[in-house]
Design a protein around this ligand. Structure first.
Ligand code: A3P
Length: 339
């Protein structure tokens, strides 16, 4: 009998792996050709399609853009780093899972909010491994720092929901400056001087920056009708009236609180559980660690510092404050976005 010389058929999984690895290599090649500048926090920020990212994050952002397939039921949290992502992740996770079985081990007492709501970047940054997205139950809760214009088409076309949380850029900057200096200290490096970091921030050289374009991109998307819907939230408003903001969030993501839940204080319970004091004092957030960009080890407690509004006043001079205010005024002019 004649022998067949046909190569064995590849399984779907092998095909997916091959595509994943090829796309990863293409993204790495492209990123390695991009200009790199020193950022306000990370030393190696590359610039592509109008925004800055640390080099490994840019590779992952491109992977996400090319390969992530959104479901209409997905809920995507979008933020600039240090604008309250950890808090919002906790609130969303607690809200969506408020009726899950008491025996479930997936809860805020056992998991850090970043494990509850993973970053898309982290799911796609391993060039060798295809992330297990299909087995995630709906609604998938996912997070990203990618600017709106660079999101995968499927997010916009699937009509899924995007929640954007922003923060006063002066507090955002101060929070980032503290965060990055913790690492430098741990690595035995000198602190990055505030003035140097600030100057780069004002030039737009920040993770996922320029910050003004990031905010404006999601702001404009939140005003659009059709496509994905974007809920625009602010850290300061969440701080001022957390119950009202949580109700708005729950309605937007399709998990509104019933009259009975409202009467029984369920909203207040979630707000308290996710509040700075409670959350930061949970064992998992005090002692756990996670990995950033597959190389940096981050203590979970680095995501909790002061958690207040207006801490910039303790760090920025009046001239510095005026410089940011002027940038915001000129960039936001005519957009309807209040500073
Ligand atoms: P500060 O450095 O100003 O204290 P992110 O989660 O996006 O990395 O943002 C971190 C900032 O959010 C930090 O701000 C942190 O203290 C604050 N934060 C973390 N959890 C919070 C919570 N439950 N309530 C309010 N702020 C919180």
């Amino acid at each position: 009998m004649e022998q067949s010389h046909q190569p064995p058929l590849r399984t779907e999984q092998e095909h997916e792996e091959e595509v994943h690895q090829r796309v990863h290599q293409q993204c790495r090649d492209l990123v390695s050709s991009l200009p790199v500048v020193e950022g306000c926090s990370y030393p190696d920020l590359c610039f592509h399609d109008g925004f800055f990212q640390p080099v490994p994050a840019m590779v992952a952002a491109m992977m996400v853009q090319k390969l992530f397939e959104a479901r209409p039921t997905d809920i995507i949290l979008a933020t600039l780093p240090k604008s309250g992502t950890t808090w919002l992740k906790a609130l969303l996770f607690a809200t969506v899972n408020r009726n899950s079985s008491p025996s479930s081990t997936r809860n805020l007492a056992t998991l850090n909010p970043h494990q509850c709501v993973p970053y898309l970047r982290e799911l796609y940054e391993d060039g060798a491994r295809v992330p297990e997205m299909d087995s995630m139950p709906s609604p998938r809760l996912l997070a990203t720092h990618i600017p709106f214009h660079f999101l995968p088409n499927s997010i916009v076309e699937s009509g899924c929901r995007v929640v954007y949380l922003c923060r006063n850029p002066k507090d955002n900057f101060v929070s980032m400056w503290h965060f990055i200096n913790k690492f430098r200290k741990k690595d035995g490096r000198e602190a990055l001087p505030l003035e140097v970091s600030f100057d780069r921030f004002c030039q737009g050289r920040s993770h996922s920056g320029p910050f003004w374009d990031h905010m404006l991109g999601y702001w404009k998307a939140s005003l659009q009708v059709g496509g994905c819907s974007v809920l625009f939230m602010r850290y300061e408003e969440l701080m001022k009236d957390p119950v009202v903001e949580l109700r708005r969030l729950a309605e937007f993501v399709g998990c509104p609180f019933t009259q009975e839940e409202q009467a029984n204080g369920v909203l207040e319970d979630i707000v308290e559980t996710c509040g700075f004091e409670r959350l930061s004092n949970l064992e998992v957030n005090k002692v756990g660690k996670r990995t950033l960009f597959r190389t940096m080890t981050v203590d979970n407690n680095s995501y909790f510092r002061r958690g207040v509004v207006g801490d910039w006043m303790n760090h920025l001079t009046p001239d510095m404050a005026q410089r940011i205010d002027k940038i915001i005024e000129s960039k936001f002019e005519g957009s309807g976005l209040a500073p």
